[in-house]
Design a protein around this ligand. Structure first.
Ligand code: PLP
Length: 376
């Protein structure tokens, strides 16, 4: 039996909840399931303001609008990230200033940020890669010193923490994803956390096509109208129904994923000790939400050979981001700085299968296949 890289897990309640939404007769946005998801997040994590969105990409685009990104503004972010992190700001005319990743993990190297700040810098966007926190204390201190906004791309960061604070709730804004490849899924889906009071009212307006419809629905105004720019960023209540079914099982899902992660770690630690590969490191201020398990090969050639060797055994392992500063779209706009760590992770990082239904036998096969490759 082939072992795929990912297999979406369903708790069993999704179809009943989606059906309930249909029977309710109203499946547009901000229905009862959306409200229940919002409440779940506020109660469990103490989030101040939560808005479900159709994707993390949309939550990032909302963030770019909320901080009033203008043509010529500079936004600092890692190059080793998904295109949406950058695209959201490029759509508003901003210039992306890419920072290198840290040597410890693919997160932004905090020590490099200050030198990249200019009078045009508007925000720092951090990405908590693999759900492992960036050093948020250092980043928030820099942002305070230079009066910058901090947006957390916490697409992979659900149920993970930095010095005890949930990811996504530390910067001014936090964006999450519920795409099939994440821990908690709704097919396509996302969420924006608004942590700064200045953005609360406007976030609702931008999400509802630039209207004050949310206020109208709460009975705070007697009609709604066009009051600002905006777009349609809210998901159908069917998406929220699927999401709620997942959220009600979050502890079980997280426990299972962490167990799988730990099994890989213990099974492969000997290869790290023998100097063959590197395993993920979790800094003392961070937690591990088992979003993914990756190994770091010596270089791209070795990684390709490992991918091929695993594929022969029916195991699908996949690499991840290609540095955005080298991309077809942005390489001509990048200032030419070399970003060695970013390129290293692009070339050397390999993700192993990790999903709820991965059996122990299958996991043993993966560990053995990696070990056998390095015996040769
Ligand atoms: C998954 C992911 C996204 C995009 O999420 P969507 O919900 O698919 O838009 C953005 N950034 C990072 C870091 C991601 O991992």
């Amino acid at each position: 039996m082939p072992i795929p890289f990912n297999k979406p897990y369903f708790t069993g309640k999704e179809s009943a909840y989606i059906n309930q939404a249909l029977i309710g007769g109203k499946i547009s946005g901000d229905g009862p399931f959306t409200q229940r998801c919002h409440r779940f997040f506020c109660e469990r994590y103490g989030f101040k303001k939560v808005l479900l969105t159709t994707s993390c990409t949309d939550a990032l685009e909302m963030s770019a609008l909320l901080i009033d990104t203008q043509a010529g503004d500079e936004i600092i972010m890692p190059s080793y990230t998904f295109v949406s992190t950058a695209n959201a700001f490029v759509l508003r005319g901003a210039k992306i200033v890419f920072a290198d990743s840290s040597k410890e993990n693919p997160n932004i190297d905090v020590t490099l940020i200050e030198a990249l700040i200019t009078p045009k810098t508007k925000a720092i966007v951090v990405v908590h890669y693999a759900g492992v926190a960036c050093d948020m204390e250092a980043i928030m201190a820099l942002a305070a010193k230079y009066n910058l906004f901090v947006i957390e791309d916490a697409a992979q960061g659900i149920d993970s923490f930095c010095n005890g604070k949930p990811l996504g709730s530390i910067g001014h804004l936090g964006a999450f994803s519920f795409h099939d490849t994440k821990n908690i899924i709704a097919g396509e889906g996302g969420m924006l956390l608004i942590n700064d009071d200045r953005f609360m009212a406007r976030a609702e307006i931008i999400r509802e096509k630039g209207t004050n419809r949310a206020q109208f629905l709460r009975g705070e105004v007697d009609k709604y109208s066009w009051v600002d720019v905006g777009s349609s960023f809210l998901p159908s209540d069917m998406i929220a129904a699927c999401l709620l079914a997942q959220l009600e099982h979050i502890d079980d899902i997280q426990q299972k994923r962490k167990k799988l992660w730990q099994f890989y770690y213990e099974g492969l630690i000997a290869l790290q000790e023998a100097g063959k590969i590197r395993l993920p490191q979790i800094p003392a201020y961070a937690t591990n939400n088992a979003q993914m398990f990756y190994v770091l090969c010596a270089n791209a050639t070795e990684r390709s050979a490992l991918i091929a060797s695993l594929k022969e055994k029916g195991i699908q392992a996949v690499f991840h981001y290609l540095s955005l500063h080298n991309s077809a779209y942005y390489s001509g706009k990048h200032d030419g700085r070399k970003l060695e760590q970013s390129d290293y992770y692009s070339n050397a990082l390999l993700r192993l299968p990790l999903y709820y239904d991965l059996s122990n036998d299958e996991q043993q096969l993966v560990v053995k296949a990696v070990a056998d490759f390095y015996k040769k």
